[in-house]
Design a protein around this ligand. Sequence first.
Ligand code: TRH
Length: 399
Amino acid sequence: MSFEPSPTRPATPKPTLRWDIFCHVIDNFGDIGVSWRLARQLAQEHHQSVQLWVDDLSALTAMEPSLTLTSESQLIHGVQVRYWPDTWCQQQVADVVVEAFGCTLPAPYLDLMATTTPRVLWLNLEYLSAEDWVEQCHGLTSKVGNRFQKYFFFPGFTDKTGGLLREENLIAQRHQFQSNRREKNAFLNRLGLHLPEDALCFSLFSYENPGLHSWLDALSQAPKRVHLLVPQGRILQDLQRWLGVDALGAGDSAQRGALDIHILPFLSQDDYDRLLWCCALNIVRGEDSFVRAQWAGSPMLWHIYPQPEDAHQPKLQAFLTLYLQGLSADAADALKHFWLAWNTGANLADSWARLSPHWSAIQGNAQRWCNHLARQKNISQQLVTFAEKQIIFAPRNLS
Ligand code: TRH
């Protein structure tokens, strides 16, 4: 099985496919962040008819303020956003069903799928990993009982994987934003930030970190002023402790030595991108913000989602192996040290200090890495190509 484009294409316009994307919100914002981004791209860039079923709309409201929490069905950015209720009573299935991160489809939906012809194309969108095995597993199928076959779609960093989520014009949009000082200032002003033209900004969106205080100490004692921009999230308690304050909320700011801390509201996904584009260093986490920082093309640190028994460590190492390839041994070692120290909650003073002689090499590497990834096919392109090949160009029994 291959996710490659079909060699034969009919001259007639392609019919629009109907997609159902199912998202079960486990915790945090990653599951819905990825599902929402994919749904929007399928609808807006590929003109597909997309329904996104979400069992917790509040998680989506945080990143899409135009959403109405109490509405069970609403059209936003071309996507029909539907509340996924406990009791399923819909009588229709789509042409393609995407099960995000192995969330289980409603049993009545499966029953309907079983009696539908032509067969529904069933895809499981997996978590992102840079590990080697991903290339082997991408596109594999599994028989589900006697009735179905499902395809496993693995995002990844190489041509033999499903790629990454990237809007078609994202990099051009970023360049346009970064080269337009007025637009950038207007954006920062809209967030309540009135910073000097040459302000050095870092963004911080990470999980709790017991070593954070050592990094904040280092920043506060540095020769150059840093503005640390922090959207509301799990790191606030560590910041509160370091600042010695009882509470922090959006709009608050505090200064300690050379460090200015600004707490921001949780932004829409598009504004979060703009924030990353304003910063010289982005500290990100999970899956989707991790990818967005790569598209920002600036130095980054990934706080990987911690799993029991350090199961996340091979994932972190696998990414570092790819990401550090373009750096000298010394620069790679310094950056790796900082990432590992952050991810183990160690003291960050030394590893932060070690980065400074390599900073311009690290910047160059971030840009090269971004350009390299941007040459690959993105997830939504690959999914649409595959679905069209299966359903329109070579319709066949998918059972
Ligand atoms: O929220 P996360 O920690 O999600 C995690 C991971 O996905 C992890 O792999 C998964 O297993 C776990 O959830 C359940 O981090 P992530 O993936 O970066 O998702 C955050 C989303 O929030 C992303 O789409 C970016 C978005 N975002 C905004 O829209 N506005 C903001 O202000 C910020 C900070 C983030």
